[in-house]
Ligand binder design. Sequence first.
Ligand SMILES: [Zn+2]
Length: 416
Amino acid sequence: MYINNFLKNFNLMTSVKKQKTLKQANRKVILNILRDSGEISVADLSKEVNLSKPTLMTIINYYLKNELVVNTGKGDSTEEGGKKPNIYKFNENGGYAVGIIISANKLAGVITNLKNKILHNISVPLKTNEGFDSVLKKIVDLYNNLINNAEIDRKRLVGIAIGAYGITDNTRGEVIFSPHFPSWGKNLNIKEKILKQIPYEIPIIVDNHSRFQVFAEKILGLGIKKDNIVAIQAGKGLVAGVIIENEIKRGNHYLIGEIGHMIVDPEAREICACGGKGCFEAMVSTNRILRMARDKYRDYQDSIIFNRNNPEAVNIYNVFDASNKGDKLALDLMDDVIKWFGIGISNIILMYDPQVMIIQGIFTKAGEYFLENLREKINKISLFSIKRKTEIKYSELGDTAGVLGAASYVLSKYFE
Ligand SMILES: [Zn+2]
């Protein structure tokens, strides 16, 4: 008897739960249609989904109340003398998302509306290996400043995503280890620390920044309509974001994308930040290029990269620029770095077989010489003709890729 009652109640509970989930699922479907279409009437909506007009109207009313949908007024009637239908539109300013990236030397953040439009962005410098308590204070200040500057109601915030440099467990919101911030120690739960500082409880996602960088390409950049994308960011460190069959890949220990420590030259003397020798990251670092430039100053004093005869003042943009003008020293330096990029990227292509390999970060400023010769190098290394079909391109998203990717990731979870 007891068991029967229990089962009866249990079934009743699950059926109520199922109905609730179904209701939520229907709502999300309708919201996504509204988000993707411009303006739409209930009659047009009913052609797209298998729901009755009264059900649709209940859903629309729910969203009108939440201000995620607005009534734009009466549309044209379809039949002569027919009643003019109400036209509904998604309210892109009905909610907001915040994306923050903690990189080695700065904290950057954006606040966007529900259609990825940036309303405000802020960036503040970070000290080398700045302690987490101080970084946390800067994160909270930046978050408050974004909301205040964008003049939004913070209750309308749908979530925050934070991208960290370092190995990150997104399920716990924890930075396992960050080579740029050794003072943070191991297994620092950023999510918990931030939640304690923010007055309204909202979803917080913490992940490695590369995952948001590649997500930005998928939603807004060169990865639109592509299922397999790899985006590599060369600069301070070297890491890749990987999307395979439309899913961000992380791996068992969150190590997918840590390509910077792939050994490309086992004979190298170059020591990497990780302690290894001949790591991809160390071989293509801009510091190494500049050091090689300075070492060659005596033999190449006429090179245009030393425009003021001061080898110490040379910067990476001088080298990029001079390589595109055919300067001998700059070409030698770039050929060396292209060799290591060629090997590294070739291996990554074999590993993930992407449709597009997107280069982000400082090398997007390298210009034609680097990109053209890199493509050629990869084709030469490759024994598989299929590899030649992989597009290799510079990202067009600029410095906002990470923060914008983080905010759009929040939105994708919200609309999921
Ligand atoms: Zn390394």
